[in-house]
Ligand binder design. Structure first.
Ligand code: SF4
Length: 368
């Protein structure tokens, strides 16, 4: 590929006419770009938009974040997953208010010192928010270059990622990093898509090596496949006097600060109901007995495929005060109040199911 300039021009023109009207593209406010980039980590664009709009309505700047109750912040994030991102946003908002007058800095070294901002996010903030000449290479950009340049090995390999970055830098028109980087990413997302790229109408088809070599379907070359890890878990909905017991996870845990029903991983050869009884004793000191099987919920995160067995349960003897064996706080709440708390994905599915089916707290059965 020798003619860098035509490809850049074509991509920039394509972006000017075909870009999606995303809410953070209206003002390119650095705070909005920062939040959008953190939300977009591991999450599809279409899914992020409603979360972003709700967030901006309630938390329009860093000072709103540090003044908001923690419950509000986690509730706004509930469903996006990877909750360590929220904790980092709060820490960064505090630093911005304390040290930067509530503004995002533009300097790379300062950005990299902020919690939750790594090299990729720093590139994105610098170029998209501040229009500084730097490139942003995400999976869409990798795929586009793997095809445009017909790269015969995985773009994840170190030498290939360096090569792709250099090619992107070569095409970058000085002073137009904001539009250029978004054009590349958007083109990969909408035209040079993972499956069935739109080669027949592609405006850079004439420059595409993979198209000319007939290797589009084989590019990008995949890296080593990740294997799914199956996990079996069990949890119990403990009901007492028409209320349900929930606990808030430790700040140091995975899914830190989210709420849950006590439970955990099943041991090998352990029956899920026995897991619930054991976990309640370990985590809360409660002696419970399982009354009904409620439902089995399946969900995935990263490489994990989780099967969550949910049961209703009751105290096996006189009610006692809970210990904080695996939590920072606990509460008894009504069924309707469950909706006010942020839960990890598996437990949120369970809550939605209980609400939709109007779990009967006196008979502990689903009535729907
Ligand atoms: Fe991607 Fe096809 Fe265009 Fe090549 S011709 S850049 S493979 S969409």
């Amino acid at each position: 590929m020798n003619e860098a300039f035509p490809v850049t021009t074509i991509l920039m023109e394509w972006f000017a006419h075909c870009q999606r009207p995303l809410p953070w593209r209206q003002s390119y406010d650095p705070y909005q770009i920062w939040i959008s980039e953190i939300m977009l980590q591991q999450t599809q664009m279409d899914r992020v938009v409603p979360f972003f709009l709700r967030w901006m309505k309630r938390l329009p700047n860093p000072s709103a974040i540090i003044s908001a109750p923690e419950e509000t912040i986690y509730k706004l994030w509930e469903g996006l997953g990877y909750y360590s991102r929220v904790a980092n946003i709060v820490k960064t908002a505090r630093i911005l208010c304390d040290q930067f007058d509530g503004q995002l800095p533009a300097e790379r070294t300062l950005l990299l010192n902020l919690p939750g901002i790594g090299p990729y996010t720093a590139d994105a903030i610098q170029s998209i928010a501040f229009n500084i000449n730097t490139v942003v290479v995400d999976a869409n950009v990798e795929r586009f270059f793997a095809r445009l340049l017909d790269i015969p090995t995985s773009p994840k390999e170190k030498e290939n990622s360096i090569y792709i970055r250099k090619q992107a830098e070569r095409l970058l028109p000085s002073g137009q990093a904001r539009a250029f980087n978004q054009a590349l990413m958007e083109f990969g997302a909408l035209v040079c898509t993972p499956k069935q790229p739109m080669c027949e109408t592609c405006p850079v088809a004439g420059f595409c090596e993979a198209l000319q070599q007939g290797t589009v379907a084989a590019r990008p070359v995949r890296g080593r496949a990740q294997y799914a890890v199956k996990i079996n878990m069990a949890t119990g909905i403990l009901i007492q006097d028409g209320k349900i017991f929930i606990q808030k996870r430790l700040a140091s845990d995975i899914w830190a600060n989210l709420w849950e029903f006590p439970g955990g991983r099943m041991r090998p050869d352990e029956n899920p109901a026995d897991t619930v009884v054991r976990e309640y004793l370990e985590e809360t000191g409660f002696r419970v007995r399982v009354t009904d099987k409620l439902v089995t919920v399946r969900h995935s995160y990263t490489v994990y495929r989780v099967t969550l067995h949910a049961f209703c349960c009751q105290f096996a003897g006189p009610p006692s005060e809970p210990l904080l064996g695996a939590a920072q706080e606990n509460r008894w709440v009504t069924l309707a109040e469950l909706d006010n708390y942020a839960f990890p994905a598996g437990h949120r599915k369970l809550v939605d199911l209980m609400l939709a089916n109007d779990l009967n707290l006196s008979t502990t059965t689903l009535t729907g």
